[in-house]
Design a protein around this ligand. Structure first.
Ligand code: AMP
Length: 188
């Protein structure tokens, strides 16, 4: 198994939790563009100021900004031997930019966490109560699901055409069950 892994899956499928666990287990950095962008917003950087309103609406931050942020992160030493990408690439343009930045072999495998949309909306509404994320209200949640279907889901077809296997994992169990499914998928 390679150590350059992409997590795909709709908002609320548990990518963040699973990606953090897997990154720890295999010893690679967990690179989450959502976390990085929320940090930029909180810190009030140039990037954060540009991203703030877009994120609150559940739309995608412009590709050039996100690509520059990720390219910088991937150039750091801890990413040399592998990384777990969570939330990037988010569309086909970003996927092309990743290849352009890293060259062939930027990814060994993509894990697709599958989940039922209604259940996801439920989950995200619950998270809204617990974490108070600005983009966890019902309108924004619905918009993020539709942005996912339109922009990100096509990557599940794009990657096999670009020699990257996409492995599907059921995202609807408990955290432990889903993680076990991921481990099985990567082993098989
Ligand atoms: P996430 O935590 O991955 O759900 O991301 C939260 C929000 O950050 C998204 O709804 C987007 O507004 C923004 N975002 C995260 N990753 C990207 C990306 N790769 N491209 C554009 N916008 C992104």
């Amino acid at each position: 198994m390679g150590r350059k892994i992409l997590f795909l899956g709709p908002p609320g499928a548990g990518k963040g939790t699973q990606a953090a666990m897997l990154a720890r287990a295999i010893g690679v950095p967990h690179i989450s563009t959502g976390v990085m962008l929320r940090e930029a917003v909180a810190a009030g950087t140039d990037l954060g100021r540009k991203a703030d309103v877009i994120m609150a609406a559940g739309d995608l931050v412009p590709d050039d900004l996100v690509v520059a942020m990720v390219a910088e992160r991937l150039s750091q030493e801890d990413a040399v031997c592998g990384y777990l990408l969570d939330g990037f690439p988010r569309n086909v343009v970003q996927a092309g930019a990743l290849d352009a930045a890293i060259g062939k072999g930027a990814l060994d495998v993509a894990l697709l966490l599958e989940a039922d949309e209604d259940a996801l909306v439920e989950r995200l509404l619950k998270r809204a109560e617990q974490e108070g994320r600005a983009d966890d209200n019902e309108d924004t949640i619905r918009n993020r699901q539709s942005v996912y279907r339109r922009e990100t889901e096509p990557l599940a077809a794009y990657y096999p055409e670009h020699d990257v296997d996409v492995v599907t994992v059921d995202g609807m169990g408990t955290i432990e069950e889903v993680f076990a499914g991921i481990a099985r998928a990567l082993a098989g």
